[in-house]
Ligand binder design. Sequence first.
Ligand SMILES: [Zn+2]
Length: 106
Amino acid sequence: MDELRVFKCDNGHVLGVVQRSGKGLRSLLLYRYAINYEADQGAIPDVDVLAIVDSAIEIRCSVCECKRAWVPGEDELERIVSRQQRHRVEREGNNCSIMKMEGVTV
Ligand SMILES: [Zn+2]
C-alpha cells in the first residue's frame, strides 16, 4: 500500500498530501485551502484538491500566508530529518535512565 505523507507549511498547516506516482517520482495533491488541525481540533474538514503538482513550485499557505517550496522528493528529506529527531529523543531517554540509576545508587 502506498503511504501518504502530508506536506505542511512551516507553521504546521497541511498544504496537501504527497503521493507516489511510480518510478520513485512523487506528486503533491495541493489543497485549495490549507488545513489547520489545531484550530479544527483534529477534525478533518472537507478538502478541495486544487491541483496535482509534479514539478517544483512555491506554495503559499492559505492560513498563515507563509511560503513553502515544494520539490518532488522533498518528503524523503523530511523522513531523514524525523529519523534524526527520533534518534535524538532515544539518546536523551537513555541519559535520563542513566541519571535515574545513578540517583538510586547514591
Ligand atoms: Zn500555514
